[in-house]
Write a protein of this length. Structure first.
Length: 317
């Protein structure tokens, strides 16, 4: 009987392993193929006569004398001015993430500690606002932005992206704050902390995993957004995603496909690096256990020890 169970278990493990490997290959193939093709010329990567040209680099050898070329990258970053789009993306992403987290942490903390009924209705209103399609929100902004002559600039787009992202950040951080026991706040207040000191020195160190999680979602929204940035930014201030779309061309204008391919690789590389570094940081850091704090924070004799631990051995001034 046990032998039969072991056989079924081994068969299931083998099936799961094969399935995961096949799924990873299918999921990674577009990225690998795009990366490979970015070092070829258009006649090879977009060949209609023989797809093997993308592997053998037939036309790339004829045009450049080598099997691999970085012409698409150099031309996209210089002639295509992709460096401007990268700069604009960094500006938008940094401001959207920073302001969203600042407002989200304060708002979510206040709502999680509030016993009033309006807190629930504020969250419901935020959820309804978040559920609305982005295009409906942006279309309502266009006319006043044209009238006020603030269309096409980065600050306007940052404000709109923050407004769109804030409800989700509020809900996400609210759920994290609800897991933090209120006894932590009460213990800090008893020891003479103000509400802001309790929030800064006691609650926030426990909340860093939630803040980083919300920050990642905010980063992906600002970094990958197309609808808002394409509608609210002019050609000069385009971020990376609308810029890549402009390289693809239109019915009236033929774009540069290799610029688009190389820009896609350039746009995804830093994002993967950031996510990898954050995942390593999260896996290596010894985050404080909320359950352990819940068990200990109700003991007045250990309150000072909790404060010392959470403030990294620095007493609250």
């Amino acid at each position: 009987m046990e032998y039969g169970l072991d056989t079924k278990s081994n068969s299931l493990k083998t099936f799961n392993t094969v399935f995961i490997i096949v799924w990873l290959l299918i999921a990674c193939f577009p990225f690998i193929w795009t990366f490979w093709g970015s070092f070829k010329v258009r006649a090879d990567f977009f060949s209609r006569t023989d797809w093997w040209y993308a592997i053998s680099a037939f036309n790339t050898l004829i045009e450049t004398g080598e099997k691999f070329t970085t012409n698409a990258y150099s031309q996209a970053w210089t002639e295509g001015e992709f460096w401007k789009a990268s700069r604009n993306t960094i500006i938008v992403t940094v401001f959207v993430v920073s302001i969203s987290l600042f407002l989200g942490t304060l708002g979510a903390y206040a709502l999680s500690r509030s016993s009033e009924r309006y807190a629930f209705w504020i969250l419901i209103a935020a959820l309804i606002f978040r559920a609305m399609p982005h295009i409906t929100l942006v279309s309502g902004y266009l006319f006043p932005f044209f009238q006020l002559q603030i269309w096409g600039i980065l600050p306007t787009t940052i404000v709109v992206l923050i407004a769109i992202n804030q409800p989700f950040t509020l809900w996400l951080l609210y759920s994290f704050f609800k897991t933090v026991p209120k006894e932590l706040d009460e213990s800090a207040l008893i020891d003479g902390c103000s509400y802001f000191q309790a929030f800064r020195y006691i609650i926030m160190p426990v909340m860093w995993p939630g803040v980083i999680t919300a920050g990642l979602f905010s980063l992906m929204l600002a970094y990958n957004d197309f609808t808002v940035t394409a509608l609210l930014l002019n050609q000069e201030n385009h971020t990376m995603v609308p810029k890549i779309q402009s390289y693809l061309g239109t019915n009236q204008h033929e774009g540069n496909m290799m610029w688009a391919v190389s820009s896609v690789v350039s746009a995804t590389a830093p994002l993967r690096s950031v996510l990898r570094r954050l995942s390593v940081a999260l896996s290596n850091r010894d985050w404080f256990s909320v359950e352990n704090l819940r068990a200990s924070c109700t003991k007045p004799t250990e309150t000072e020890e909790i404060i010392i631990i959470l403030t990294f051995r620095k007493r609250i001034p």
